[in-house]
Design a protein around this ligand. Structure first.
Ligand code: AMP
Length: 460
């Protein structure tokens, strides 16, 4: 039996069948190295990124520990962002299909408190959420962790970066000492080491090489004068013409300024950073993921946990000081074997950051001047899709099929005119081809979705 086959694990046949039905034919490297230890109840510190299959690496193990007949929280997964918590929750739910009657509750900030209390009162076996909100529930005694068996810290480095250290300590202090602790982190700064020492018992350490083969990522570095950053950024767009890009900046202000600059130069860009409220953040992510925005200008923290399938380019408007962060950033392109571009702008005073990346990657960085790039000055990047927001959502029992049905049926749009549909509690978003926008809006202005007149507006 191959060493990466799920069937050699001490898990139920139903669980193995379920993994097969999910199309997981063999374990990813992080799974092969982690799951056997996790199943033995060992603590684990694992260096792995989103995309490596890390959720199943801890998910399979924690599910194995759960006693469905005991209605108390037995597993807790802490995540830095709501988006990551959503993704992790979905993946664990998929993995849990083989175990009847398992209840998972998501507890994230930016969501109303009351319904979360209601869900907890019905009994939850697994809680996935963000630290602040989980601490709130503990304070209010709407959540207790006395019966916890497994604690998972997902993207622990980011939680520390985001200032969750004390909150995490407080949460962990309310869990039994006998718990199993699984710590996942994309990078290993000293603070992670310290944390592991204080909360884990003889953890097994697992590291997998980045699954992003850096040779499918073409890396270029452009040295510029300080005042040339914007112009060089434009030159990069006009030369490489990527259709989907994340531009990384250091500060929120820089994100806003760079996004405005790109918009002024006919490149549809949106900024995403911690100052956006949850609704604005949802909208930006919806628009980026449904192809009605081509460029996201983000801070590292804001880009955390984004479920971005494949980016053609990652641009560093400014290089990070830590070369691991650089590698983490550029790993968002060149996924699934596609070629990706990692393009970085730096000034002479940041040469040491380029040197650090060379040392880290054990290969020289290719540097050039941006003036040598062939530019297409007429270049413009206006995505083919546009997003329409509808004022009805999950709470109104709207499902994607209802929206699709209304637009392709009564409104007469072709199925191919309609893109991704995202349903939130109080609103929904549908991407339509720009050429079909008017037809869709004309219908929505008078028509109905699910028998109910709704209001629709294009998001700009
Ligand atoms: P993650 O790193 O947990 O975010 O997982 C990345 C993606 O890989 C998810 O979409 C999983 O559903 C998928 N995945 C996880 N494990 C496997 C596996 N063994 N085989 C195939 N796909 C997997």
């Amino acid at each position: 039996m191959a060493s990466d086959s799920f069937s050699q694990l001490k898990i139920s046949d139903a669980q193995i069948k379920n993994l097969e039905s999910l199309g997981y034919t063999k374990m990813t490297p992080i799974q092969a190295q982690s799951i056997p230890h996790v199943l033995k109840g060992k603590d684990l510190i694992a260096k792995a990124k989103t995309g490596s299959g890390k959720t199943a690496a801890f998910g399979v193990g924690l599910l194995n520990q759960i006693n469905p007949r005991f209605f108390g929280v037995q597993a807790l997964v802490l995540c830095p962002t709501r988006e990551l918590a959503d993704q992790v929750g979905k993946e664990i739910r998929r993995l849990a299909r083989s175990v009847p009657n398992i209840k998972l509750v998501l507890l994230c900030g930016g969501k109303p408190f009351g319904p979360q209390v209601g869900s907890l009162e019905h009994g939850a076996h697994i809680v996935v959420g963000t630290p602040g909100r989980i601490q709130d529930h503990l304070r209010k005694n709407t959540l207790t962790l006395d019966g916890l068996k497994t604690l998972v810290l997902d993207e622990a480095d980011r939680m520390l970066d985001m200032g969750f250290s004390e909150v995490m300590d407080d949460i962990i202090s309310q869990t039994p000492k006998s718990r199993q602790t699984l710590l996942f982190s994309a990078t290993y700064p000293d603070s992670i080491d310290k944390m592991s020492h204080s909360i884990q018992k003889n953890p097994i350490s697992v590291t997998v090489e980045s699954e992003h083969k850096t040779d499918v990522i073409e890396q270029m570095f452009y040295e510029v004068k300080k005042h040339e950053r914007n112009n060089s950024l434009l030159a990069i767009f006009e030369h490489y013409q990527p259709e989907t890009t994340v531009v990384f900046c250091h500060t929120k202000k820089q994100c806003d300024e760079v996004a405005s600059f790109l918009q002024e130069h006919r490149i549809a860009a949106l900024a995403i950073h911690g100052d956006l409220d949850q609704r604005e953040r949802d909208q930006v992510l919806v628009r980026f993921s449904n192809n009605s925005c081509s460029v996201l200008v983000a801070t590292d923290v804001a880009a955390r946990g984004l479920d971005i399938k494949s980016l053609q380019a990652v641009i560093n408007y400014e290089l990070p000081r830590d070369p691991e962060i650089y590698v983490h950033r550029i790993g968002r392109t060149g996924r699934a074997g596609e070629k990706g571009q990692a393009l970085s702008i730096f000034t002479a005073s940041e040469q040491n950051r380029v040197n650090a990346i060379e040392t880290y990657q054990k290969k020289p960085c290719r540097c050039d001047v941006y003036e040598s790039l062939d530019r297409d000055p007429g270049f413009s990047l206006q995505p083919a899709m546009v997003t329409i927001q509808l004022d009805s959502g999950r709470k109104n029992k709207v499902r994607p099929g209802d929206i699709l049905g209304a637009l392709t049926g009564d409104a007469g749009l072709a199925g191919s005119d309609i893109g991704k549909i995202d349903i939130f509690d109080m609103s929904s978003y549908v991407a339509v081809e720009r050429t079909a926008l008017r037809q869709a809006m004309n219908y929505l202005a008078q028509g109905k979705v699910k028998g109910r007149t709704i209001r629709a507006r294009q998001i700009r």
